[in-house]
Each structure stands twice: as structure tokens, then as C-alpha cells.
Design a protein around this ligand. Structure first.
Ligand code: GDP
Ligand code: MG
Length: 607
């Protein structure tokens, strides 16, 4: 396949607008996968169990297909992208390997928050954008109205919009045709020195790292000796091929092609995303690389049974081989024992990782409340980042040399029908939003006009309850996206929870001044509910510095658990004692208070 018959493209869209379904249809129409019952949603590219269950794409996947058009055969390389903001990093990786993108918009829902952000990401990279309206089979579809909307928002000519139903298969031929007609072919030449752009990698227990590459120039064959611009390490290519849609070996990868290579890379850290590979002794100008993914949400992960720590750590290590954007450190807590502190791109990323741990490694885990990285500026001008509440300085103590605390903020965009404007403004206010602004998205002032609302909101507010409230207060109509907006000074302090006067380290939180009372009371109530009564009275308190914010008191348990079981109930008594012994293994002592490890699970897993 010479360059002129190759097309590299991505499908970009807001979540649920139909990327995976369209990908399936394209693969079927080109005979790459077998056609099953019409309308069935196979989602070939969503390989992870969690992706199938949640219907979201987490890891970008790649598939090649061959399509005859006119008198030629074309090689079409599809690079699927995730739809959620947390995975924006994956999106930018995928786009760098393409010349064009299908911008897919749901014809019943119209342009949503992530349609905007992926559109700009593709446009900034200079990609040819093909507008596609999906779900025209739905009774609520308004293709003409939404096409007009795309014109006013993106400047897209309505005549260029392709109207399809990925579910029922309408218009898929048109999509294939415009991919070939409108997307420019890649530019590489076979006589150029080898230049391969590494845009993704995965890990295989037997073959080591498998890298996905896009050949920018030259050709790559089995046995070729290559080297990395980034690490300068040398490798020999042992296997290569295209994703059709599974790995299919070929003899060569030619300019413009997208494929996989295995070259005895042992450590996943050797495959640097954004790296350029070239032939040993024939250096090339490296491609501009990527900014590494930055963890923005941190949480501690502990085994429910502390004996399982090594198993948990091993599972985490293996999972991070396939998800390199997770940061891992060891952490130990007096309440929860040994665990790991993990850094994630966002809270959905965190949920997905937890679910993968549970699905793929059968691990039961306790995850502590999520924290964002705070910046502490000390009186001597030094700055430190703190992502663990335990390390947060006591700002109420005047001998502590803190000049200022700053927190990460984001620029949030919310798209919503105008009738919800008031609710959404209030939502932003109650989450400490600033610079709240709005404008109409649609040109006319029609009744069902929609509004885009923007605000600067602390990231810490977004990783907790914001998204759930956004959905419920807009009856599900609001869509939401955000981008990094740096750091801002803030009045934050550490809240600790005391049992019988002793702080429980795993429960410390960073709280804004305005929320201290509410948060303190809510958590103390929650603790009161799940902590078992002891033989003595136990005060449960929330404190900021020395100040007690809230308190509940657990009454003493009167008598021994076996009291009243004496006499004929011997068997019951025995069983009770055995249960107690079992329980003891999992008991944690905080001060003099016995706490079952499960109590932490209950406290931390309810919102
Ligand atoms: P993704 O999140 O963009 O990958 O979206 P999916 O492909 O998973 O689709 C989201 C939902 O929309 C699924 O329930 C699909 O069955 C449904 N869907 C996708 N395309 C169409 C379509 O053309 N018509 C209708 N009625 N439903 C569709
Ligand atoms: Mg999908």
C-alpha cells in the first residue's frame, strides 16, 4: 500500500454519541470483522471489561481495514479515542498519528461540551475535520437544526455534514467515501530514512512491550536494528504487523502505515509515548513529543485484609503496565496498614482503575478520599506540592512557617438548555466557582436555545460531588468539560477525625474554610453510624488544628458479648467466640478503640 491509498483517521465525539458503534460498522462494512445481527452493539474496540460495562472507551485502540473504492484498494487506519475529559491525554496521542478526524455529533442531542474540546484539539493539530451527524434514525433527531448549530459553533458548512445512523447502518458507505475523498494521504516517502512515531504501547507477558507506531518515512522490516531518540537504547525488530483488527503480522510497515512492533523491550518505561524511532546509525529529526500525563487526583489504596498487601501491590504493578498514566508510591497508615498511594488523571480514571483492579485481579480494596495536589508556599519562598492530607501543614498553628496555600483550578464549560441556567449558576457558586460567565450557543433566541456557561472552579470541588449534582440538577441535560487553569490562593486547612482523642490518619481531609462545619458534621455522623460500640465511651470528633468542629459520643457497651449466652447455649457461644477471633485478625486499634477494617470500607465507599 503506497501512501496515496492510505488514510489515517480518528473518530472524535462527546461520550455516547456513537464512536464505538460507528467503528464497529466501519469494520463490518469493510469485511474486517464479521457482520452479526443488525443493530447489535459489539464494540470491538472496547476491549477492557470495564469499557464494555460502562460503555466508555478508556484506552485508545487502533484498527486497520481495507476498502475498495473506484478501481483502487485503500488501507484505512482507524484510531479510536476515549471520550471522557480524564483521558484527554489519550485523545491527543491518537490525533498525532492522523491526518483527519470524523467529528461525530448526536443528531438528537446536538453539540456537547466534549464535542467542543475534541474539535479544538483536532483543529489545533491541523487535521481535516469531517462533520458527521449520527442517530438520524431516532424520532427526536433534528439533523437540520443541529447542522445549523454546527455551522454557528464550528463554522462548518451544512452541505459538508454527513448524516448517518451507526446503529442501523444508514450512510456508512458515505463515511467511507468521504474519508477517502477528503482526508489527505500521509506524506512519508519510502526512500527517506526510517522515522517511526511511537504513539501507544501495551505490555505482553511473553513478548514484552508492544508499541504502536506510525511510519513517517522509510520502511520497517523484521530484523531491522532500530534506536530510540529519547532513550538512545537499541533494539532489533522481532515481530511487526497491522491491527486487522487483531495483530496481523506483515513483512514490512511502509510510510503512512500504522502498526505494531515487538522488539524485545523489557520495561514498559522504555516505550516513551511521543518518541521517534530510527535506524541505528541513521539519525532523524525527532517528532515533537507529548507533555507527559499529569496526575491530578490522588488517593491511598489499601487491601481490605492487610495480609493481602503484596498481592495488591503486584496487581497494581501489572495494571500500570497497561495504563502508564497512573503514578504509584508506597504508603503506610497506622489505621490501614501498608498500601499504595496512586495518582490519577481524574476521578473517573480513578474509578475505572479501581474497577479494573477488582475485575482483573480479584482484589478487594479500600480507597481513601481523593485529594488534588495542593501547593504550599513557605515563608522563605520555597514551594512544595502536597497530595496526601497527612502531610498537610497545620495552618492554624502560627509557628508553622506557611505563607500561602494554593489549589489547582480548572476552567469548566457547561452546555445546558437555557431553562437550567439558574440551577447551573447556583451549582458553580456552591462549588466555589468564580468568574462565572455565559453566552447563547445557538444564533436565534429560540425557546430551546442552549447556553454555554464557563467558570473557574477548584479541581478539588470537581473530583467529589460536582458531576453527580450537575447531572441531577439539570435532569441529565448538562454536559461538562474542563481544562487546566493553574493554581490560585485558597483558605484551606487539614481536618482530622479523632477517636477517643486520637487522630485517625487515613481519614484526614483538606477542607475549605467555608465548608468546615458542614463537612465536619457529616463525617462525624457517618463515623458514628459505622463504628462499633466499645466497652467504654468513645468521643468521635472532627478538628481543624486544635478547634473541635463537631462531636458525637458512642455510648459504652454494657457487658461482654457472650453475656446472656451462658447456660444451654454452648454452641452459640462457641460460634460467637470463633467469629470474634476471625474478626480480631482484621481489627485495627486506634488509640484504645478496636476498629474492624470493614468499617473503613463503609466510611470511605459511601459518598
Ligand atoms: P461512544 O461512547 O461514543 O463510543 O458511544 P457508543 O457507540 O457506545 O454508543 C452509545 C449509545 O448510543 C449506545 O447505546 C448505542 O447503541 C447508541 N447508538 C449509537 N449509534 C446510534 C444510532 O445511530 N442510532 C441510535 N438510535 N442509537 C445509537
Ligand atoms: Mg465507546
Amino acid at each position: 500500500f503506497p501512501c496515496e491509498v492510505i488514510r489515517n483517521f480518528s473518530i472524535i465525539a462527546h461520550i455516547d454519541h456513537g464512536k464505538s458503534t460507528l467503528a464497529d460498522r466501519l469494520l463490518e462494512m469493510t469485511g474486517t470483522i464479521e457482520k452479526k445481527d443488525k443493530g447489535m452493539n459489539k464494540q470491538v474496540l472496547d476491549k477492557l471489561k470495564v469499557e464494555r460495562e460502562r460503555g466508555i472507551t478508556v484506552k485508545a485502540q487502533t484498527a486497520s481495514m481495507i476498502h475498495s473504492f473506484g478501481d483502487k484498494k485503500y488501507l484505512l487506519n482507524l484510531i479510536d479515542t476515549p471520550g471522557h475529559v480524564d483521558f484527554a491525554w489519550e485523545v491527543s496521542r491518537s490525533l498525532a498519528a492522523c491526518e483527519g478526524a470524523l467529528l461525530l455529533v448526536d443528531a438528537s442531542q446536538g453539540v456537547q461540551a466534549q464535542s467542543l474540546s475534541v474539535f479544538h484539539a483536532a483543529k489545533d493539530r491541523g487535521l481535516k475535520i469531517i462533520p458527521v451527524l449520527n442517530k438520524i434514525d431516532l424520532p427526536a433527531a433534528q439533523p437540520e437544526v443541529i447542522a445549523a448549530q454546527m455551522q454557528s459553533i464550528f463554522g462548518i458548512d451544512p452541505a459538508d455534514v454527513i448524516k448517518i445512523s451507526a446503529k442501523s447502518g444508514i450512510g456508512i458507505e458515505d463515511v467511507l467515501r468521504v474519508i477517502i475523498e477528503r482526508i489527505p494521504p500521509p506524506q512519508g516517502k519510502i526512500d527517506d530514512p526510517l522515522k517511526a512515531f511511537l504513539f501507544d504501547s501495551s505490555y505482553d507477558r511473553y513478548r514484552g512491550v508492544i508499541s504502536l507506531v506510525n511510519i513517517q518515512g522509510g520502511a520497517l522490516k523484521k530484523g531491522d536494528k532500530i534506536t530510540s531518540c529519547y532513550t538512545r537504547k537499541r533494539y532489533e525488530v522481532v515481530d511487526l504487523g497491522i491491527m486487522y483488527p487483531e495483530e496481523t503480522p506483515t513483512t514490512t510497515l511502509l510510510p503512512g502505515q500504522v502498526g505494531y512492533i515487538a522488539c524485545n523491550m523489557k520495561e514498559s518505561s522504555e516505550a516513551h509515548i511521543g518518541d521517534t524511532l530510527h535506524r541505528v546509525g541513521v539519525p532523524v529529526e525527532p517528532m515533537p513529543g507529548f507533555k507527559p500525563a499529569k496526575a491530578m487526583v490522588y488517593a491511598g489504596v489499601f487491601p481490605v485484609d492487610s495480609n493481602d498487601f503484596l498481592k495488591l501491590e503486584e496487581s497494581i504493578k501489572r495494571l500500570t503496565l497497561t495504563d502508564r498514566s497512573v503514578e504509584v508510591m508506597r504508603e503506610s497508615s497506622s489505621a490501614l496498614g501498608q498500601g499504595c498511594r496512586l495518582g490519577f488523571l481524574g476521578s473517573l480514571h480513578m474509578d475505572v482503575f479501581r474497577q479494573r483492579l477488582e475485575d482483573e485481579y480479584n482484589a478487594n480494596v479500600i480507597i481513601t478520599a481523593p485529594t488534588v495536589p495542593y501547593k504550599v508556599i513557605w515563608r522563605d519562598g520555597k514551594e512544595t506540592f502536597i497530595s496526601n492530607p497527612t502531610d498537610f501543614p497545620d495552618v492554624t498553628d502560627s509557628t508553622v512557617q506557611v505563607r500561602e496555600i494554593q489549589e489547582p483550578v480548572v476552567k469548566a464549560s457547561i452546555i445546558v438548555p437555557q431553562e437550567y441556567l439558574g440551577e447551573m449558576m447556583d451549582l458553580c457558586f456552591t462549588h466555589r466557582g468564580e468568574e462565572i460567565d455565559h453566552r447563547y450557543l445557538d444564533a436565534s433566541g429560540s425557546e430551546d436555545a442552549r447556553i454555554i456557561l464557563t467558570a473557574i472552579i477548584p479541581l478539588g470541588e470537581i473530583v467529589t460531588t460536582f458531576f453527580d449534582r450537575l447531572k441531577s440538577r439539570s435532569s441529565g441535560f448538562a454536559s461538562f468539560d474542563y481544562e487546566d487553569a493553574g493554581y490560585r490562593p485558597s483558605k484551606l486547612s487539614k481536618m482530622t477525625f479523632l477517636l477517643n482523642g486520637k487522630p485517625v490518619d487515613a481519614l484526614a481531609l483538606i477542607v475549605h474554610k467555608s465548608a468546615e462545619d458542614e463537612v465536619g458534621r457529616a463525617w462525624v455522623k457517618k463515623l458514628f453510624k459505622v463504628i462499633p460500640r466499645q466497652l467504654f465511651e468513645v468521643p468521635i470528633q472532627a478538628a481543624v488544628g486544635r478547634r473541635i468542629i463537631a462531636r458525637e459520643t458512642l455510648k459504652a457497651l454494657r457487658a461482654d458479648v457472650t453475656a446472656g449466652l451462658y447456660g444451654g447455649h454452648y454452641e452459640r457461644k462457641l460460634k460467637h467466640l470463633v467469629n470474634q477471633k476471625e474478626g480480631k485478625k482484621r481489627m485495627k486499634k486506634v488509640g484504645k478503640v478496636d476498629l474492624p477494617q470493614e468499617a473503613f470500607y463503609d466510611i470511605l465507599s459511601t459518598k
